[in-house]
Design a protein around this ligand. Structure first.
Ligand code: NAP
Length: 269
């Protein structure tokens, strides 16, 4: 049976210090149990401290971290995961992701996908997955890991980058889509169509966007430092949009990608 990824999770990119503390503390208090971090966010140790003193039992938490692309070699991979676990103050993560495919296949995919499997085999990760993988890269990863082994592909998805080809491929292959930057890092707040739908529904724009992603069966990991935002992002999964509203949101796709570093793969269109 596929592991359920708690939806929504709490994104923690860019969060450190007091912002991170209030985000994690308020989120846990509101009932969030899924926390998304990464080696490169440099906040694993702070998150580890916050979780250790939160009073929430480890067994209730769903912690995701991601191996940075400089740690994909056989020599670096498992030591880097152990370092993440030491910082997070836990013996295992619930989900371990390859943050980005190795740029230009500098490290062969066979090498780092087998390390990912090894991390799970060693009990360092309960589930494994990938992030920012294209369809061609997912096909290779499935071939290496075997069908049904990759729980999720975490990719950018929001109304302005709907990522239909990747989402369809994942869902056809039983790979859960986790959508990062679901609110386009706040840009959704400026959109007139979303504002109109939100007004009709007496909801906020983020609530409409999260409900639309839920309709697409996409797990979301929005980040927020504000209790009211965290609360509404958690509760709005109950909002059901009409077919008309969904069609209107579909027209907003404009292939607008925010996370597009120079080492990114050639994206599917
Ligand atoms: N795998 C990858 O390569 C990758 C890349 C990027 C991000 N991620 C993950 O995805 C997570 C989410 O992405 P993100 O944090 O960049 O962007 P995001 O979740 O799309 O947007 C975050 C912004 O939206 C605002 N916001 C959140 N809820 C709101 C609400 N209900 N009403 C109004 N404003 C709201 C927040 O401000 P306030 O604090 O004021 O609420 C924050 O500025 C990251 O934290 C990270 O964990 C993964």
């Amino acid at each position: 049976m596929t592991t359920a990824i708690p939806n929504p999770g709490l994104g923690t990119f860019r969060l450190k210090g007091e912002d991170l503390k209030s985000a994690v503390t308020e989120a846990l208090d509101l009932g969030y149990r899924h926390i998304d971090t990464a080696q490169i966010y440099e906040n694993e140790a702070e998150i580890g401290d916050l979780l250790a003193t939160s009073g929430v039992d480890r067994s209730e938490l769903f912690i995701t971290t991601k191996v940075w692309y400089t740690n994909l070699t056989r020599d670096a991979f498992i030591p880097s995961v152990r370092e993440s676990l030491a910082k997070l103050k836990t013996d295992y993560v619930d989900l371990l992701l390859i943050h980005w495919p190795s740029p230009d296949d500098e490290v062969p995919m066979e090498e780092y996908i087998s390390q990912l499997l090894e991390a799970r085999q060693l009990g360092l990760a309960r589930n494994i997955g990938i992030s920012n993988f294209t369809i061609e890269q997912m096909q290779r990863a499935i071939h290496i890991a075997g069908e049904g082994e990759i729980l999720t592909n975490q990719v950018e998805v929001h109304p302005f980058l709907q990522n239909n080809a990747v989402v369809e491929f994942c869902q056809r292959n039983n790979i859960v889509v986790t959508g990062f930057m679901p609110l386009a890092v706040g840009k959704v707040l400026e959109d007139k169509t979303l504002a109109r739908i939100a007004e009709q529904r007496s909801a906020s724009i983020p609530e409409v966007v999260i409900a639309w992603l839920k309709h697409r069966e996409i797990v979301v990991i929005p980040s927020s430092t504000k209790r009211a935002h965290l609360a509404s992002n958690l509760e709005c999964v109950d909002l059901v949009l009409s077919e008309n509203e969904i069609s209107e949101i579909e027209t907003l796709d404009r292939d607008e990608r925010i996370a597009d570093p120079d080492f990114a793969p050639i994206w599917d269109r």
